[in-house]
Structure formats: C-alpha cells, structure tokens
Design a binder for this molecule. Structure first.
Ligand code: GGG
Length: 359
C-alpha cells in the first residue's frame, strides 16, 4: 500500500465546500483501488484565520508544509481582507518557497458540457497553458512613495530572470514535443513592452532553434492570442506564458470550455525536492459560499492531476472518466452549469459512476 501525506488547505469561501467534496470522492476512489492511502492533515489557514491572528497562517507555515509530499488547496481570499494581503500571505509564498515554477492549466472540453462557442465541439478543444508561476509581473518588487500627495509615485517592477524564463519555456517545449502536432505557442507583447518581452521572445527562439527544431513554434501577441482562444481554440496544443498573461489567459480558457468552475491547475515543483500543490483556477466565490452549490469539478480535476503527479495516472483517468460520464449521460449539474444539483449530489454521482465502473 502506497501512503502519501497530503497537506489540505481548504482556505476560504467555496474552497471549504469543494475541497471536502473532492476528498470524499478521492477517498472512495482510493478505497476501491486498495493500493493508495492519502493521509490528510487539514490546516485552517486563510481569511478567517487572519481575522483572529492578523496573519493568514502561522509564521512557520512553509516549514510545516515542507514535510508533506503534496498540497491540496481550495481557494484563498474573502471580503474583509484585501486580496493582495490574502494572496501574498498564503498562496504566493507557497508557490515561490517550493519552487513551483510551473503552473499547468489544462483547457479541455468535457463531453456533455455545452461549449459557449459555435466554432468548436468539446472534443476539439484540448490544450494546456504553461504559466510561469514565481516571477514576471508577480515580482513583489516595487514601492509607493509620497502616499496621498499629488506627486505620489507607485512602482511595480516586472522581473524576468534568465533562469526563470529559460526553464519555463523549456518546460513548454518539452510538453509540446510530446503532443501529437508538436506545436508550441508563446504568449508575448514585445511590441508594447520593450524590455522584458523582447527578451522572452529571444529566449523562446534561441531554445527552439538549438534544442527543439522538431517543434513548430510561434509567438503571438497576447491581445491577438485572446481573440484566437475564442475564434480558433482547436489550433493550440501547448501555450507558454508569463505569470500574469497565463493567469488571464486561463480564465478565458476556462470560459471557452464551459466556465471557471471546472478549471483545474497544478503548481509543479519539477525538481521534486519540495511538494507540488493542486488547486482549482477559481477563487473563493463569496457570493455563493456556504450554500452548498459550488461546482466541485475544478477541485476534483485538480485531484486527478495530483494523482497523476503521484504516479497514479490510472486513478486520475478513472476519476475524470467518471466526471465526464456524469456530464455526458445525465443532466446533473450545479447551478453555474444550468442545473440545480448541490455540490454533494454531483460528487455522489461521480462516486456512483466509479463504483459502477469498478464492479
Ligand atoms: N484556487 C486558488 C485561488 O483562490 N485562486 C484565485 C486567485 O486569484 N489566484 C491568484 C493567482 O493564481 O494568481
């Protein structure tokens, strides 16, 4: 029996509800399999913790998490705590401290989910965005002086290191090389942003020429790329993007395959010296929090990515097959997808499919 220690941080708002549901589904799957035991330790960190302790998590939270093999996170942020305080107090230090420099965000049409675009069938959209996760526009470098005066100055620096740029672009090329059409698209804006983005393009082309001549590559300005996501999503296999560009593109990516509620992500620490972290793309959705109606698919899909990362892609595939089966053969949906099922009802339906397929 393989035992894996999992640090669970449900976080805020609907994070608590969807993490609970994904754990219920994961437990059912592991019990059926018999070969994997996920040993959870749950941490109550987040905005509620902040209101009691004036910090999002205890000072040594990185060292606490460092002892785990993997991290499963829900959502961070809630009204009452400024968003930059909640993100920089919990989520972003985890990504940086554990060198989770790759944020993998699949964009895939699921059978049974209506695609809002008329130009594509669900089966035609299947690509992944590789988002740089530790630097770029999220540099935390800058400052504010003369606060409140007319001559106030606010500076936020964008930081692209050679090491950080090369490693994320190389990761994108590696994934593209494994894709059927061997295509890599780089998101740029080197016409308007005249230092960092030409550097990004230069690294992209140099690595492509020297190491991946077999991969078809192209650089597309982020504005045009956003339009292509809507108009020609079938054309992409792998898209590599800087931190902010990747973040924005993947909300759009989620929208073109049905909605943000289903989008998963994996914060990968490729060296495997530190834990990786799995979380849905969506946030805490305060407007529906506590009502038990949040869509658990993004969290369940993130769990499937976690299983794959742990060497059990068979279980991850089983899980996603069950989710797609529910969507394809029933009308059970949470309200964001036009149904009236609760989070629990959807999760139970997934479990029922897993049971049916294993017997
Ligand atoms: N699922 C974690 C979460 O709450 N994400 C919302 C968010 O805004 N994250 C910031 C980011 O990924 O840059």
């Amino acid at each position: 029996m393989q035992k894996i220690s999992v640090a669970v941080i449900p976080g805020d708002g609907i994070g608590i509800e969807v993490v609970r549901e994904a754990q219920t589904v994961l437990d059912a799957l592991c019990e059926m399999d018999g070969g994997l035991k996920l040993e959870y330790t749950q941490f109550p960190w987040g905005c509620r913790y902040y209101t009691e302790h004036d910090e999002m998590a205890p000072k040594d939270f990185i060292s606490i998490l460092g002892d785990f093999e993997t991290i499963f996170l829900g959502a961070v942020g809630f009204p009452g705590v400024p968003d930059h305080v909640s993100l920089w107090g919990l989520l972003l230090p985890i990504r940086r401290s554990f060198e989770q420099y790759v944020n993998l965000r699949p964009v895939r049409g699921l059978k049974g989910v209506r695609i809002p675009l008329s130009s594509a069938e669900p089966s035609e959209i299947d690509f992944v965005v590789v988002r740089e996760n530790t630097e770029g526009e999220y540099s935390s470098s800058g400052g504010r002086i003369h606060s409140g005066f007319d001559h106030e100055v606010v500076i936020q620096n964008t930081v692209f290191t050679r090491l950080g740029t090369e490693r994320i672009i190389r990761y994108g090329f590696e994934l593209a090389r494994k894709a059927a059409r061997k295509r890599l698209c780089g998101a740029t804006k080197s016409n308007g942003i005249n230092w960092t983005m030409p550097f990004w393009d230069e690294v992209f082309n140099a690595i492509g020429d020297a190491e991946y001549p077999d991969v078809e590559r192209r650089l597309v300005h982020i504005d045009a790329l956003s339009a292509f996501f809507v108009l020609k999503p079938q054309e992409f296999d792998v898209v590599v993007a800087s931190n902010l560009f990747g973040d924005i593109l993947t909300d759009l990516g989620a929208a073109i395959v049905g909605g943000i509620g289903i989008a998963p992500s994996a914060n990968i620490s490729p060296a495997k010296k530190y834990p990786s972290m799995f979380e849905p793309v969506h946030g805490s959705a305060p407007d529906i929090a506590g009502r038990g109606i949040a869509n658990p698919i993004g969290q369940i899909w993130s769990a499937a990515m976690m299983l794959e990362h742990l060497g059990r892609s068979d279980l991850g595939n089983r899980l996603m097959t069950a989710v797609e089966d529910v969507l394809h053969t029933t009308s059970i949906r949470t309200p964001d997808f036009g149904g009236n099922a609760t989070t629990r009802e959807f999760g139970q339906e997934v479990i029922d499919r897993l049971v049916a397929c294993s017997s």
